[in-house]
Design a binder for this molecule. Structure first.
Ligand SMILES: Cc1cc2nc3c(=O)[nH]c(=O)nc-3n(C[C@H](O)[C@H](O)[C@H](O)COP(=O)(O)OP(=O)(O)OC[C@H]3O[C@@H](n4cnc5c(N)ncnc54)[C@H](O)[C@@H]3O)c2cc1C
Length: 291
């Protein structure tokens, strides 16, 4: 199906892009890689009268390391994340997550910021941002604001962004050296959206117990979320299969609004949660031990 008609603007600067969004109001939509927005237009799930293409806006595609924080521009393409040396060295979790986002053709165009702003509850990047305690830099007519990932995702395809604001970059703190990451998901085919997924980050204390745990779930609730009960239960415990099994069952307690759709019922997704959490924890513990 073809898209409905729309006007097209291609600003060169952030100021110009923000002015266009302010001027056109709720009828305008930013266009990043178009991998979610264009299908939505074709399916008539969105009908903006004007698209503001961010592709030429200067400064949105930078990737820098600043005082232990990887700052990634919203327009950095997913393919760049997959191949960038700084990301590979400091945030291999982001590389692993990128490899299961769609297919190469999608990742060539799709952007990090586009995926986060789209806020699909089954997408990988939002859960990665939650687990890593990333911060979202937002620009709008009222200036800049920075919010933690925990406050960004409000519901399915709904974020804290106002219609006249843009996500400009994401700040990922680099995890300490004695930590390890793991990620596990169940999808019908490789690179499909997950029916259930988990991202885990574990920090190891000198005595071999868990000093800190972050567990983020995706594909199981109406928004990505942290499994806080499971995280708390893990702190101070040894990294054993027994512990992980026990803690993984607690992860379902954080699911306040379960996701249920044609791809999988809420009950089925719930059953998958302990499985993906345990796998992600075991992977994270192995990496933490190796370091
Ligand atoms: C066949 C297929 C399979 C896919 N599989 C997966 C998958 O397995 N996992 C996964 O996570 N994703 C998957 N995707 C989605 C893909 O990752 C998209 O690239 C991503 O969701 C959107 O990024 P984009 O840059 O294309 O954004 P766009 O489609 O251009 O925009 C998406 C939304 O975000 C808004 N937006 C974009 N940038 C900004 C910004 N800087 N500030 C404010 N708002 C902004 C747009 O207005 C729009 O509402 C798949 C897509 C397809 C077509």
């Amino acid at each position: 199906m073809k898209s409905p008609t729309f006007a097209y603007e291609r600003p060169q600067s952030l100021a110009e892009a923000l002015a266009l969004l302010a001027q056109k109001g709720a009828d305008a939509r930013p266009l990043a890689g178009g991998q979610s927005l264009i299908p939505m237009l074709a399916l008539r799930l969105a009908r903006p009268s004007v698209l503001v293409d961010l592709g030429r806006v200067e400064g949105l595609d930078e990737l820098t390391l600043q005082d232990g924080v990887l700052v990634i521009g919203a327009m950095v393409r997913q393919r760049q994340l997959e191949r960038n040396a700084l990301v590979a060295e400091h945030l291999p979790l982001l590389v692993a997550a990128t490899k299961v986002v769609g297919h190469p053709a999608i990742r060539n165009r799709g952007t990090l910021g586009g995926s986060l702003a789209h806020a699909d509850p089954s997408a990988e990047y939002p859960a990665v941002a939650l687990a890593l305690d990333a911060e979202f830099v937002i620009q709008g007519p009222r200036g800049e604001r920075v919010i933690p990932a925990q406050e960004f995702f409000l519901g399915p395809f709904t974020t804290a962004l106002a219609t006249d604001e843009l996500l400009t970059s994401i700040r990922f703190p680099i995890p300490p050296t004695h930590s390890g990451w793991g990620m596990a998901e169940v999808a019908r085919r490789h690179s499909d959206f997950a029916l259930a997924g988990a991202v885990a980050l574990l920090a190891r204390a000198d005595d071999g117990t868990c000093a800190r745990a972050a567990i983020a779930l995706f594909g199981v609730a109406t928004r990505p979320l942290r499994a806080t009960q499971a995280e708390q239960a893990l702190v101070g415990r040894p990294f054993t299969t027994e512990t992980f099994r026990e803690v993984a069952t607690l992860a379902t307690e954080s699911i306040d609004e379960p996701l249920s759709d044609v791809h999988g019922s809420a009950a089925y997704r719930r059953q998958l949660v302990p499985v993906v959490v345990r796998r992600a924890l075991e992977e994270a513990a192995q990496r933490a031990a190796a370091r």
